[in-house]
Design a protein around this ligand. Structure first.
Ligand SMILES: NC(=O)c1ccc[n+]([C@@H]2O[C@H](COP(=O)([O-])OP(=O)(O)OC[C@H]3O[C@@H](n4cnc5c(N)ncnc54)[C@H](O)[C@@H]3O)[C@@H](O)[C@H]2O)c1
Length: 327
């Protein structure tokens, strides 16, 4: 019989792609999601249980019904700008929700937990590439909610025997190569979907914030990692915990930086459709360069990113050109 795992937030972008690979690798992913930002049609590889992570009774019911062996926790509010406008909602969903889920997880006797964290927990980099030992000093409420959950996970590992893998993602991007699922955030704030929507003529153009950064062409550098490389690391994290692995935090990025201008050129090339680009002032809170040192993930999980920027863009293009994410 396949081992069941609970994928919380599994109707969203990263969670649904992880379900795809979990199912391919012999697990049965049970999705738990309140559909606040998820899509029921993304739940294709296992059962769906609708519910909210702040509802302990509902969580207890789902744990009793499915008896999963591990929990993967993707559910969160994710938009940094929104977290500044409405921090209470972020603390409620991302901290209270995570603690309620953790309490239900431990009550159900589960010892393995994989957490979606973020490079935003580092704040402004003191050095790049960023390794896991870099100080964590998040600069917005979103990053702080993730940092707080990381602290709780370390305490629960030390004092409650709940082992976790905290995965600090850099820029998740791309889509399933078969075009079944893709990046569908509402509103969309990520660079690749926004630029593709511009190339498709669904947006007026693309706005670049800042051209005077100390980088090779003056625009910010980011580390884009294919969603299936991220998903692969999650499946390996579950394998690792179920075979007795200790609590660990790991960066998930490719280790290669791409400037915004390079990204836009690559999108024009892959799509064959140039689009208007507007150059604007810097935006507050944007780091010059965010690139991962991924040595630890390679070593602990035996993982390595396989896909290129072209793979990211062509798979994203396929999804967006066949689905209108604005609907
Ligand atoms: N997208 C990125 O580049 C990125 C980068 C770093 C970290 N992350 C983290 O990865 C995780 C997944 O991100 P995503 O891009 O897939 O986001 P997403 O919004 O597509 O997915 C999140 C899912 O969680 C669900 N959800 C939210 N609150 C819930 C609640 N209270 N109860 C039940 N379900 C709830 C939503 O309906 C949605 O399906 C998040 O925790 C995010 O902070 C994402």
């Amino acid at each position: 019989m396949r081992k069941k795992v609970l994928v919380v937030g599994g109707a969203g972008y990263i969670g649904s792609h992880t379900c795809l690979l979990l199912a391919e690798r012999g697990y049965e992913p049970v999705v738990f999601d309140n559909l606040s930002n998820g899509h029921e049609e993304f739940v294709r590889w296992g059962p769906f249980e609708q519910g909210d992570i702040r509802d302990k009774a509902r969580l207890d019911e789902v744990f009793a019904k499915h008896q999963p062996e591990a929990v993967l926790h993707f559910a969160a509010l994710i938009e940094v700008g929104e977290s500044v406008k409405n921090p209470v909602a972020f603390y409620d969903n991302n901290v209270t929700g995570a603690l309620t889920l953790l309490s239900a997880t431990m009550d159900a006797g589960i010892k393995a937990f994989v957490f979606s964290s973020t490079c935003a927990t580092y704040g402004l980099p003191e050095r790049v590439p960023l390794d896991e030992g870099h100080p964590q000093a998040p600069i917005n409420p979103y990053g702080r909610t993730k940092w707080i959950v990381e602290q709780a996970l370390k305490d629960f590992s030390n004092y409650k025997d709940l082992k976790s893998v905290m995965l600090r993602y850099f820029n998740a991007a791309g889509a399933d190569f078969e075009g079944r699922i893709g990046e569908w955030h509402k509103p969309e704030t990520h660079a690749i979907p926004l630029a593709i929507e511009a190339a498709l003529g669904r947006r007026q153009g693309f706005k670049v914030f800042g051209t005077d950064y100390n980088t090779r062409d003056g625009t910010c550098v980011r580390d884009y990692i294919h969603i299936l490389d991220l998903a692969d690391a999650h499946v390996r994290a579950v394998d690792y915990l179920l075979s007795g692995g200790e609590t660990v935090e790991l960066n998930l990025g490719t280790g290669t930086g791409t400037t915004v201008k390079e990204l836009l050129d690559a999108i024009s090339k892959v799509s064959g459709r140039p689009f208007p680009v507007e150059f604007a002032e810097r935006r507050e809170g944007d780091s010059t360069t965010l690139v991962a040192n991924n040595d630890k993930a390679r070593e602990v999980l035996g993982w390595q990113p396989r896909y290129t920027l072209e793979d990211i863009i062509s798979s994203a293009w396929r999804w967006h050109s066949t689905h209108n994410a604005e609907r």
